[in-house]
Write a protein that binds this ligand. Structure first.
Ligand code: NAI
Length: 480
């Protein structure tokens, strides 16, 4: 990294390129631009100090500048070591009116290819604000910023930071080291930060899962809005987003022809459904693994073979994990795969594929093909290709989801931030989803751009099906 100030990015001279990409993306993000029009004059986020932890891409840049346009102060980090687009980070640091020589943008701490120590340092920078006041809102993706505040608060209450055990992942050791140093510097830092936060809005399935666990244990420190489970998020970003970006990542990483190959997708949830369609669209024969009978049956009815990894481990060409669960592909599985099989993960964390076990396999050799693409050669001479070291490949090998689908997700994020910040008294330390009328509002904001003409309900029809003419059009339990 070369450029630092109250920010740290790879190279500020990339800013003009990033700015051009941001301008193009704005046109593709009608939801965010309409929110700027609607809320710009009233500045509902004036006074909000948002700590944002979400992949620092071009689309996220448009989100950041939307939050700023609504009055917020923002500090930002990426939520993955490989997912930053350096030109977008540079453009955010420079800002629309600054120059690379005189940056005047948002404090952003993100570059592509961070170490784990750097990653958690960046997370700390968005939460520990210079000067007296800390953040009063978190915007999280995967829950790492929220986790740091909760763990810090927990250890400060105990007066000590535990030592990592053998079973703990390496990353946990890094977190503990950071918090140990912090405790030495200021024994109440995280408690204060936690108390100052009015709420968090969480982007993804895995982060939402963590929030419900805190809530169940009674340790959630502030209210949370689960953005993931807005219909216009998980049924769009997770599905149509991965349908675009999975294949993009595989192509940019390997340029291997997908047609005619056999691809295994682990998990047939929202992400798995998009991934399966993505590969089928390229002419692959797609096989699904599932643990849930409902999703397994769905996959079968959608025309996919559903089986176990053992049945296909030595014959399939591509293996993509999309479960949000751990230990999906083991080192022993990878040893059994055929020569130059491609292995990747699109779930939030890197524990779906046992990379540590692969590294420990006796005689295995790792050859770097290029950044985020490695060939792992086994002692018998056969090799496999692992994308993004087992981290989410659509952001590591490509640039994540395209703007239009992220406009839906980020419109939900922006609305959720406004909700929690402006109506904070109405929320307890629980996890909420946005009401359906706001979900429908997000969808509505994206119809014109696609030339969609909506049919208008008559008053009689509305009464007949028991809804209001203006919506919501479905009961909360409807599943889409
Ligand atoms: P989901 O809960 O809808 O789907 C996960 C599926 O995996 C479930 O159907 C579950 O039954 C299945 N599963 C769990 N354990 C399994 C196992 N051992 N073997 C086979 N299947 C198993 O979750 P969703 O929304 O599809 O998200 C999956 C992951 O992707 C999460 O970590 C989420 O945070 C992440 N995500 C990543 C995105 C990206 O751009 N890379 C975008 C959105 C979500």
């Amino acid at each position: 990294t070369t450029a630092t100030g109250d920010f740290k990015v790879r190279d500020l001279s990339l800013a003009p390129w990033g700015r051009k990409e941001i301008q193009l993306a704005e046109h593709e993000m009608p939801g965010l631009m309409k929110l700027r029009e609607e809320y710009g004059p009233s500045q509902p986020l004036a006074g909000a100090r948002i700590a944002g932890s979400l992949h620092m891409t071009v689309q996220t840049a448009v989100l950041i500048e939307t939050l700023v346009a609504l009055g917020a102060q923002v500090r930002w980090a990426s939520c993955n070591i490989f997912s930053t687009q350096d030109e977008a980070a540079a453009a955010i640091a420079v800002g629309p009116t600054g120059t690379p020589e005189a940056p005047a943008g948002v404090p952003v701490f993100a570059w592509k290819g961070e170490t784990l120590e750097e990653y958690w340092w960046c997370a700390e920078q968005i939460l520990v604000w210079p000067g007296g006041e800390g953040p009063n809102m978190i915007l999280d993706d995967g829950g790492d910023a929220t986790l740091l505040v909760h763990k810090g608060t927990e250890f400060e209450a105990a007066g000590a930071v535990p030592t990592a055990t053998e079973e703990d992942p390496e990353e946990y050791r890094v977190i503990l080291d950071l918090l140990r140093r912090s405790l030495g510097e200021d024994p109440q830092r995280w408690t204060r930060i936690g108390q100052g936060i009015k709420g968090v809005t969480e982007e993804t399935t895995t982060g939402v899962h963590r929030l419900y666990e805190f809530a169940r244990a009674g340790t959630l420190l502030f209210p949370a809005i689960n953005v993931n489970d807005s219909v216009t998020k998980s049924k769009f970003d997770n599905k149509y987003g991965t349908r675009h970006s999975l294949i993009d990542g595989i192509n940019r990483g390997t340029d291997t022809l997908i047609g005619g190959k056999v691809a295994v997708i682990f998990g047939y949830g929202d992400v798995g459904k998009g991934c399966a369609e993505s590969l089928r669209g390229q002419g692959a024969r797609v096989i699904i693994t599932e643990i849930d009978p409902i999703c397994a049956l769905q996959a079968a009815m959608d025309g996919y073979q559903v089986t176990t990894l053992d049945e296909v481990v030595s014959t399939a060409d591509l293996f993509i994990t999309a479960t949000g669960n751990k230990d999906i592909i083991t080192a022993e599985d990878m040893a059994k795969m055929k020569h130059q099989a491609i292995v990747g993960n699109i779930g939030h964390f890197d524990n779906e594929i046992d990379m540590a076990g692969l590294e420990r396999t006796p005689g295995v050799v790792r050859n770097r093909v290029k950044p985020q693409v490695d060939e792992w050669v086994f002692p018998d001479g056969h090799s496999i290709i692992v994308l993004s070291e087992g981290r989410l490949l659509n952001l590591g090998n490509a640039t994540g989801h395209p703007s239009f689908v992220m406009s839906n997700s980020f419109a939900n994020q922006t609305i959720a931030q406004i909700e929690l910040f402006t109506k904070n008294d109405e929320y307890e330390k629980k996890v909420y989803v946005l009401p359906k009328h706001l979900d429908e509002k997000v969808a509505r904001m994206h119809l014109d751009a696609l030339g969609v003409k909506l049919t208008q309900l008559s008053k009689e029809q509305a009464e007949y099906i028991g809804v209001d003419v203006a919506g919501p059009y479905k009961p909360d339990h409807y599943r889409y």
